[in-house]
Design a protein around this ligand. Structure first.
Ligand code: PGA
Length: 260
């Protein structure tokens, strides 16, 4: 894991956007794994800006989102389909025909999840997966105790995650109990991963992910086994790991030939 610790979320999001843009320039047909929640919003704004000011071209890309609430249709204000449309897709030239988001209204959920896995494989696999992290260490909606080998499937949210996400709904009780999420095994197959986390509320989860034992109790800890993970943090999310001075020094001393 490479920790990139920058003073604030805006600077860290710009750095994550630079990294994604470098991939896209090298591989215009890149398959992107995308995430929702508050964390990636600034990254998406940076990508929109890059398209407008630098001509960053998404026309050859495909995308797969991590998850969706069961029972919410694409027009529901809290659905992740709508979130992606408003925060990214409406503003960039990624063809909607190559956008994939689990269907929260699918009639046959297991068949839909299997088909989602197949479409990731058919697209050639994910080149870069964007991730946030839950305050409980979840990635996607793989809650603590999820199988570390899990595939796209139905999950039941913890009450903690429902409370964390209640801000997107008019009433806390409106947060669905069920979601479709890529599995941890699915996420681990991405060729590279950028995880972003900002703010003190993520500090404990980040320390457990980076330095704790690999355990299903902290699903993000499995990323220790992945060979190409970059972790973009602001100072506030990077207070707890014991080797934080070392991680800062690794980044400060990074050889120029190794950039991105
Ligand atoms: P957040 O969610 O970006 O809204 O904090 C992150 C997550 O739950 O993965």
């Amino acid at each position: 894991m490479e920790l990139i610790i920058l003073p604030d979320a805006a600077t860290a999001s710009r750095s994550a956007a630079d990294h994604l843009a470098a991939l896209l320039i090298k591989k215009p047909t890149a398959v992107l794994g995308l995430a929702t929640g508050s964390t990636p919003v600034a990254l998406y704004r940076e990508l929109i800006k890059k398209q407008r000011t630098e001509g960053l071209d998404f026309s050859g890309c495909s995308s797969f989102n991590l998850d969706e609430y069961v029972g919410l249709g694409p027009d529901h204000p809290a659905s992740y389909r709508r979130f992606m449309q408003e925060n990214l897709f409406a503003e960039i030239n990624l063809p909607l025909s190559r956008v994939h988001i689990p269907d929260g209204l699918a009639k046959d959920l297991p068949a839909h999840c299997d088909a989602y896995e197949k479409s990731i494989r058919d697209a050639g696999g994910i080149d870069l997966q964007i991730l946030g992290i839950g305050s409980d260490g979840h990635i996607g909606f793989n809650e603590p105790t999820s199988s570390l080998g899990s595939r796209t499937r139905l999950k039941t949210l913890t009450e903690r995650t429902r409370a964390d996400n209640a801000r997107f709904f008019p009433n806390p009780e409106d947060v669905p109990h069920h979601v479709i999420t890529m599995g941890i095994g699915t996420i681990l197959e991405a060729r590279s991963i950028s995880l972003l986390a900002f703010g003190a509320s993520k500090a404990a989860a980040i320390a457990a992910m980076v330095e704790g034992p690999i355990t299903a109790m902290v699903p993000a800890s499995i990323l220790q086994t992945h060979p190409a993970v970059k972790v973009f943090l602001d100072d506030a999310a990077a207070t707890e790991p014991s080797k934080i001075d070392y991680y800062r020094n690794v980044f400060a001393q990074k050889p120029s030939w190794q950039q991105w």
